[in-house]
Design a protein around this ligand. Structure first.
Ligand code: NAD
Length: 342
């Protein structure tokens, strides 16, 4: 039976990299696609960044593939204007995607593209598990002429379920990252993580780092990490920092998951790259690799996911380089190079 994938191309390079990815998915399986609006494109067409019918279609799908949203056209400091990012926050909340997984694994062929020394990053294979629907980004907001407030709150249930995702994803250990020396919410977070660990995952090694130290260790010794478990805001920052280990943000995929049996959302870590949109030179590999995560975590097709990932590895080994990696391959040429290896 053909599996139903909802496509949310979004803005900027989003449509270019999503189109590249459906070509790759079609080479490994039989899928039907349904395209819907999100972000700036949705604001232009409907006045809102996340139309109801988009959310309904996503909840109904087997999996969702997203490009990126946003761009200067919709930038505004007026809190009353709709913003493309509301589409992202809204869909995460609406699909109850509380866990964001960002694998960071520098590909051998790209070791020298990283701003870090080769010997420092060799052997890195980590996953940032970020809580995605709680904390400061979703807390109560207040604004007066002279002050502003973003509330940072977590419930026990929210911390427990993200901790479970992290412990299940662990191969060697889990490193919990918080700021418990300063924040009450972090002291609570750590207490709940320790509790879940003791009750359900006592056999998984667990350590803890304060977020400031973690941000240094990630550069100093990235290969020491396996699973990094952290909250919404710290995870946002640390996963972009981890992104630089691979040398290009154009390489990093992500998976956002909810409760088991519900559709997940798969998207590249990068944004809509307005500076290169429409030029046909966007690196499609982060989205193609997100397609691999979709196959594995979204549809349970592990062999197909492995095939896509190793085709990307081989294409790079044979010299594929888009401009962000120092080469001159176009989006189409990069897609063809991956297809040839499948
Ligand atoms: P960005 O990731 O869009 O771009 C940062 C830099 O990386 C740019 O120079 C861009 O050209 C380059 N880049 C990004 N993806 C690339 C790719 N696939 N191939 C080659 N080069 C690539 O981040 P930004 O410039 O901070 O944000 C641009 C817009 O995207 C903003 O409106 C922002 O809000 C939005 N954004 C969206 C998401 C998302 O949809 N998930 C994430 C981050 C930013």
């Amino acid at each position: 039976m053909s599996r139903r994938i909802v496509l949310l191309p979004g803005d900027g390079i989003g449509p270019e990299v999503v189109a590249a990815t459906t070509k790759v998915l079609d080479a490994v399986g039989d899928f039907t696609y349904e395209e819907h609006l999100i972000g700036g494109a949705a604001i232009d067409a409907t006045g809102t960044a996340l139309p109801d019918e988009t959310l309904a279609a996503c909840r109904d799908a087997d999996a969702v593939l997203l490009g990126a949203v946003g761009g200067p056209k919709w930038d505004s400091t007026d809190p009353g204007r709709p913003r493309p990012e509301q589409g992202l926050l809204g869909i995460r909340k609406g699909m109850e995607l509380f866990a964001n997984l960002r694998p960071v694994r520098p590909l051998t062929a790209l070791l020298d593209a990283s701003p870090l020394k080769r010997e420092r990053i060799e052997g890195t294979d980590l996953v940032v598990v970020r809580e995605l629907t709680g904390g400061m980004y979703f807390g109560r907001k207040e604004r007066t002429a002279d002050s502003a407030l973003d509330e940072n709150a977590y419930t026990r249930a929210e911390v427990e379920r993200i901790a479970r995702v992290a412990f299940r994803a662990a191969r060697r250990k889990v490193t919990n990252v918080d700021k418990m020396n300063v924040l009450e919410v972090s002291r609570f977070w750590r207490e709940v993580v320790l509790d879940v660990h003791a009750r359900e995952f006592a056999d998984v090694p667990l350590d803890h780092l304060l977020v400031d130290n973690a941000s240094m260790q990630l550069i100093n010794a990235p290969s020491e990490f396996d699973v990094i478990l952290t909250d919404n805001m710290f995870g946002d920052i640390l996963s972009d920092e981890a992104a630089m280990i691979t040398g290009s943000i154009g390489m990093l995929p992500s998976a956002s998951l909810g409760e088991e049996g519900r559709p997940g959302l798969f998207e590249p870590v990068h944004g809509s790259a307005p500076d290169i949109a429409g030029k046909g030179i966007a690196n499609p590999l982060a989205t193609i690799l997100s397609g691999a995560l979709l196959l594995r975590h979204g549809l349970g097709l592990s062999d197909e996911a492995d095939a896509v990932e190793s085709a990307v590895d081989r294409a790079l080994e044979r010299g594929l380089r888009t401009p962000d990696l120092g080469g001159d391959a176009t989006t189409d040429q990069a897609t063809q190079a991956v297809l040839e290896q499948l």
